[in-house]
Ligand binder design. Structure first.
Ligand code: PLP
Length: 399
């Protein structure tokens, strides 16, 4: 008796969630683990947003389904926010409010991709993109750029990966897992290339407000206005407003794509939780003051973690200018005895397991992001924990 479909045999579990759950299991067993695994801010959701949700939960008018694609008021707030942050107008009818940015990613590939279509995914990439492409019967095509290139590919490398089957390119800048922010000039080149070759651009802008050193996140829809006819923007409130658990994201797409995604969602989940939509609306209509305070706190941690990593023998970490991840090159640590018991790790996955078991710190191995030889450290954790975890790692690595 076969239990699972062929579809599921193609898909790997989320490696980032796996590390996090192993770390949490150790914690539950009484081990003091420092977790750099989860991509979620440790701050509480700003209280003014929570207050709106509390009031909404007390109003019976909000106990019903909303339209599948979301409350009109929220879609208007998303359109206004897009004008404010990206500098161009979108029609609320182009917006589908989804259960987190993740559902927007999934639905995008479901409505865009057919069997045999290829999707170019610059690597290191967020772990869910290739799996979502495979779930849509498409073929992910990774284009790798390492630390030497600050994890930013060239247009020539993207062009070399293009075939007659290329249907779309994924853009995610600021990038998870590297924190890289791509230059505007490259986005302009990519936009022109995509127009010339009729390639859809899927731009995941979920980290747009988390940038440092005076760098700002580029928006391809603003830089290359013609691309908007073949552009799908993905976004959400999780990272910007410390609202990971509220599960509100969205896509902005040409009408035909947005309608198809809404049809799909109508059979999948229907609308996103009504109360959470009201909270997201409050977040988007509010000021960015709380966001800026969180960004400044992340900036302090960013500097601390990058310098701590580079201070360890055999570890090299380029300085990221966005998101809340440091992506360290640990290739020099592989194949050598490390730690008090001389554990030899042949791969970054082995190294991550050894660090968790022996030094009690959780980082996600590069294998999860199409980048073996690296480890991802989320620095969205408390300052003192961040410092203590780095101390443990240095002691272990240099034992
Ligand atoms: N896109 C990227 C690049 C991410 O890192 C994440 C979360 O880790 C998401 C999308 C999805 O975020 P959520 O579903 O929590 O809104």
């Amino acid at each position: 008796l076969t239990a699972l479909s062929t579809r599921m045999s193609k898909v790997a579990p989320s490696a980032t969630l796996a590390v996090d759950s192993k770390a949490k299991a150790l914690q539950a067993a009484g081990v003091d683990v420092i977790g750099y695994g989860a991509g979620e801010p440790n701050f509480p959701t700003p209280q003014d947003i929570v207050a709106v949700a509390v009031a909404a939960a007390q109003d019976p008018a909000n106990y019903r389904y909303t339209p599948t694609a979301g409350l009109l008021a929220l879609k208007k707030a998303i359109a206004a926010k897009t004008l404010r942050d990206s500098g161009y107008e979108v029609d609320p009818a182009q917006i589908v409010v989804t259960n987190g940015g993740k559902q927007a990613v999934y639905e995008t590939f479901q409505v865009l991709i057919s069997e045999g279509d290829e999707v170019i995914i610059p690597a290191p990439y967020w772990t869910s993109y290739p799996e979502a492409v495979k779930l849509a019967d498409g073929t992910p095509v990774a284009v790798f750029a390492g630390a030497e290139q600050h994890f930013i590919p060239t247009i020539e490398a993207l062009e070399a990966a293009r075939t007659e089957h290329t249907k779309a390119l994924v853009l995610n800048t600021p990038t998870n897992p590297t924190g890289a922010v791509w230059p505007e000039s490259l986005l302009v080149e990519i936009g022109q290339w995509a127009l010339k070759h009729h390639i859809w651009i899927i731009s995941d802008e979920i980290y747009e407000h988390l940038t440092y050193d005076g760098v700002t996140a580029p928006h391809i829809g603003a830089l290359v206005p013609q691309i908007r006819e073949q552009l799908i923007v993905l976004n959400g409130v999780a990272k910007t407003y410390a609202m990971t658990g509220w599960r509100v994201g969205w896509m902005i797409a040409p009408l035909v794509v947005a309608k198809a995604a809404s049809t799909l969602q109508g059979h999948l989940t229907s609308n996103v939780n009504n109360i959470a939509q009201q909270a997201a609306r409050a977040a988007l209509e509010g000021s960015l003051e709380a966001v800026d305070a969180m960004r400044q706190a992340f900036d302090v941690r960013r500097k601390a973690i990058v310098s701590a990593l580079n201070d360890m023998q055999g570890v090299h970490c380029p300085t990221p200018t966005g998101a809340f991840y440091a992506f360290a090159d640990v290739r020099e640590l592989l194949g050598k005895p490390l730690g008090p018991s001389g554990t030899v790790s042949e791969t970054s996955a082995d190294l991550a397991a050894a660090l968790l078991d022996e030094a009690h710190i959780a980082a996600v191995p590069g294998e999860a992001f199409g980048a073996p030889g690296y480890l991802r450290f989320s620095y969205a954790l408390a300052d003192d924990a961040l410092v203590e975890g780095m101390r443990r790692m240095k002691t272990w690595v240099e034992a």
